[in-house]
Structures are given as structure tokens and as C-alpha cells.
Design a protein around this ligand. Structure first.
Ligand SMILES: *Cc1c(COP(=O)(O)O)cnc(C)c1O
Length: 295
């Protein structure tokens, strides 16, 4: 058995702004789980890595963009749990701090053009079909085993919240939370904040992960700030203010958009006074390394 012990407390954020609207906001500090196997990536890798061990695989093969938190998490988890790692990186060969860290953790990188990158199963077949030792992990860690890992967030909670918010890339974390809330029959409205444009596809993705209509899910489609890894001055200003007032670091790609959405929905009085809100901080702070010039 691999040892997946970690620490992720649940803290109240004492911002006067929340008090003015009569709302209490808590944060699940998954950002504290690990600096590089960060947040939801740790939870998403837990069961796939256990399966890989059971099947006696020794090489993890996965996929990501050049700033992918998932690639970095897989590289570091491989080093920690005794796997070699291989990452297909989308686009032309480049160098950046995240890819350097991936290589430091021992990951072999292989850049592929955007067209070939689309067919991930095909790439895996082409390069690894004949190798018994290799284990396929989907881009972003997407998949049912990953959702199972994320569902465990709800087991750890000390109270039942009226609302729970998370950022959505593939929707795996949201699907996991939905499973957890349904299993525990918690009376919580679940909110997803897609960080890509056109985030309605998340509904199909979470349906594929077996999420039925048992849980109320609201998707907030207007907080992508132009699309994946895109940002705007008001988002940067928000991040600066939030971090300086709370000590909780957030970044522009995921958690900045997430906390901005929560803030904005409270300001619009869409969260009723007296409500409790849990925001899942999904980590990913190394994303800041590519955005420092924005601040
Ligand atoms: C990868 C990532 C997400 C997206 O999670 P999904 O399960 O793919 O929706 C959210 N937040 C952070 C910080 C991430 O790194």
C-alpha cells in the first residue's frame, strides 16, 4: 500500500466583506497537501497509482500542456512512490520552470504537435503498446478512479455546508464532490466554476463519471476571464487584495477565478445571508511561476 497520508485543514476566512453579507466562508486547504503533488492532483493520483502498483507497472505515462499542474504532480508522485514517469507535452519544444521541475523529478518529456496530441490513446499505443510496464493516465488525471479520490474530500469535513465551490478543468473534482455529497446525503448545493470558455461541456464529462441528478449542481460559466490561463487586470487586482488580507495564496488560472466567483456571487446576493460556504482550494500555486510578470 502506498502511504497517502496528508494534512488539509478546514479554515474559516475572516474577511469583513463576507460578514457584511452575513455569509461565513470556509476553505478546504488542499493547497497544503503537497507543494508539487498539489491539491486535487494528489487526490486524483491516489487510486490510479495504487492500481498501477497492484498491476506491477513501473512507468507512468501521461499528458499535459507546458504549464500543466498534472504533469508536475505526476512527475513528483512518480519520484515519491517509485515509478518512472513519461510526459507527452502539447506543442513545440520549450523550456519553462514547470517543465524544469518535471525533469528534476525524473520525468522524461516528449513534445508533440497539437494535432497528434489530440489522440492520446493513439500516442500511448504507438510508443508503449509493447511495454507491459507502462500505465496510462489521462490528461489532467481525468477519470473515475480520480473522481473516487476527490470524493473523499467530503469524508473529512467537520460540518455540513449550505454551498460548496470548486474550480473545474476536466470536471473530475466536481464529479468527486458530487459523489461524496450524494453518498453522505449532505444538504449541500454544489457549485463549479469552469476556468475554460464554454464550460458547459463539464456537464457531459461529469455525467460520464457517473454523476446523476441526485445532487444540485450550479455551473457558473462567466468567470473564465477569456479562457484557459487567460487573465484580466481585475482578476490580478482581486488576487493581490485577497492574498494580502487572508494570507492564502491563489493564482490566476484556477483558484483566483474560483475565489473571484464566490466573492462576486456573494456581492450579487446570490448566496443567502446566514449561509455557510466551503471553497475547495485545489492548490496549483506553481502556476504563478508563469504569471509573475502580471503582478
Ligand atoms: C487541475 C486543477 C484543477 C482542475 O481540476 P479538475 O478535476 O480537472 O476539474 C483545479 N484547480 C487546480 C489548482 C488544478 O491544478
Amino acid at each position: 500500500m502506498l502511504d497517502f497520508e496528508f494534512y488539509s485543514p478546514e479554515e474559516e476566512i475572516a474577511l469583513p466583506f463576507y460578514g457584511e453579507y452575513g455569509v461565513r466562508v470556509f476553505v478546504k486547504r488542499d493547497d497544503l497537501i503537497h507543494p508539487y503533488i498539489s491539491g486535487n492532483k494528489w487526490r486524483k493520483l491516489k487510486y490510479p497509482l495504487q492500481q498501477a502498483k497492484e498491476e506491477e507497472k513501473s512507468l507512468l505515462v501521461t499528458f499535459g500542456g507546458a504549464w500543466s499542474n498534472h504533469l508536475l504532480a505526476t512527475a513528483c508522485a512518480g519520484a515519491k512512490f517509485g515509478f518512472r514517469t513519461y510526459g507527452f507535452v502539447r506543442g513545440e519544444a520549450i523550456d519553462n520552470p514547470v517543465l524544469t521541475l518535471c525533469q528534476l523529478f525524473g520525468m522524461e518529456l516528449h513534445f508533440v504537435d497539437r494535432e497528434s496530441y489530440r489522440d492520446k490513446k493513439g500516442l500511448f499505443e504507438t510508443y508503449f503498446a509493447s511495454s507491459e510496464e507502462s500505465y496510462f493516465i489521462e490528461e489532467g488525471g481525468y477519470g473515475p478512479l480520480a473522481a473516487q479520490g476527490c470524493s473523499e474530500i467530503t469524508n473529512e469535513l467537520r460540518r455540513t455546508y449550505d454551498h460548496c465551490f470548486c474550480a473545474c478543468g476536466t470536471g473530475t473534482t466536481l464529479a468527486g464532490l458530487a459523489h461524496g455529497i450524494a453518498n453522505q446525503q449532505r444538504a449541500t448545493t454544489l457549485h463549479g466554476v469552469p476556468i475554460l470558455k464554454g464550460g458547459n461541456f463539464i456537464r457531459d464529462e461529469i455525467a460520464k463519471l457517473g454523476v446523476l441528478n441526485a445532487v444540485d449542481i450550479c455551473l457558473h460559466l462567466d468567470y473564465h476571464f477569456g479562457g484557459y490561463a487567460k487573465t484580466k487586470p481585475e482578476l490580478i487586482e482581486f488576487i493581490k487584495t485577497f492574498t494580502s488580507q487572508t494570507s492564502i495564496l491563489i493564482e490566476p488560472t484556477y483558484t483566483g477565478k474560483l475565489f473571484y466567483a464566490v466573492h462576486d456571487l456573494i456581492a450579487q446576493r446570490q448566496i443567502a445571508p446566514g449561509s455557510t460556504v466551503l471553497v475547495v482550494h485545489s492548490g496549483g500555486l506553481t502556476g504563478l511561476l508563469g504569471m509573475l510578470d502580471k503582478f
